[in-house]
Design a protein around this ligand. Structure first.
Ligand SMILES: [Fe+2]
Length: 266
């Protein structure tokens, strides 16, 4: 072997070593890049999965349909006005006691105001309101027309106080549970009016409490809402626990595939 050929072989060996070093560096850079990409994919999916419930709960549930209870409030408030306005005017004109006349005038005036609120809310939601009192209310108005003196006062107070006691829990139930903001506002207003009217009627000293129906309490809460919240399956939420687990599982599968591909190409 000549000195020249030995030098050529050494040069070739050095070049091969350099090529191998370059290839190793390239492979390391590719590996690092693929690892970063796989980590970013997995991290993005996990973060997205964790954010899903928050986003879903924060989003509005869309247009709210009126419930039967909402309509009960509309009909009750409207029909209360349709018979209490003439009843109050009658009391203001022919009440036997001065306080009955005062209370009748006040109730009639206040129902003009409440009726206006009910009509405005109904127009806003496209609700059709009754245009006349119900059969019972018409009959009570007939009783009052045919009565006079102390008998009129008795009928006026008895009928109106009983009617307010009947609608009061309906308004409270709607105020507590309605999903509609306009209905909630109307229920709040109506609650104040009804409470005021009961107080006015009672201020005459003519209310016979023992003749009123006894208090009818609603059933106690069963804790179902609390249980649903603890199960992360709150009614109204668009995403439940099962969906979150599916997304997390998908993230793990994608991560595993990406990792496999990274090491396969090494
Ligand atoms: Fe009233």
């Amino acid at each position: 072997m000549t000195a020249g050929s030995a030098a050529q072989r050494q040069s070739a060996q050095r070049q091969q070593v350099q090529r191998q070093q370059v290839q190793r560096q390239r492979a390391q850079r590719r590996l690092a890049y693929r690892l970063r990409r796989a980590a970013a994919i997995v991290a993005g999916l996990v973060v997205g999965a964790l954010a899903l419930p928050v986003v879903a709960i924060a989003q509005p549930a869309g247009p709210t349909q009126l419930e039967a209870s909402d309509m009960a409030l509309f009909n009750g408030v409207r029909q209360a006005g349709l018979w209490e306005m003439p009843a109050g005017q009658m009391a203001a004109e022919k009440g036997n006691q001065k306080r009955v006349r005062e209370v009748g005038a006040e109730i009639a005036d206040q129902h003009v105001e409440l009726d206006k609120l009910a009509v405005e809310a109904a127009n806003k939601l496209g609700v059709q309101l009754p245009t006349e009192p119900n059969a019972d209310q018409k009959a009570w108005l007939g009783e009052m027309k045919n009565a006079s003196g102390a008998r009129f006062d008795r009928i006026f107070i008895d009928r109106l106080r009983a009617a307010h006691g009947a609608i009061f829990p309906v308004i409270a139930a709607v105020r507590s549970g309605t999903r509609n903001e306009t209905v909630r506002e109307l229920a709040q207003e109506a609650n104040d009016f009804v409470m005021t009217h009961m107080t006015l009627l009672e201020s005459t000293g003519l209310v016979r409490y023992t003749n009123l129906p006894p208090a009818n309490l609603p059933p106690p809460p069963d804790g179902s809402l609390l249980a649903a919240a603890q199960a992360n399956d709150v009614p109204g939420s668009a995403v439940n626990g099962s969906v979150i687990w599916v997304v997390l599982l998908a993230a793990l599968v994608v991560g595993a595939v990406a990792t496999f591909r990274v090491f396969r190409f090494r």
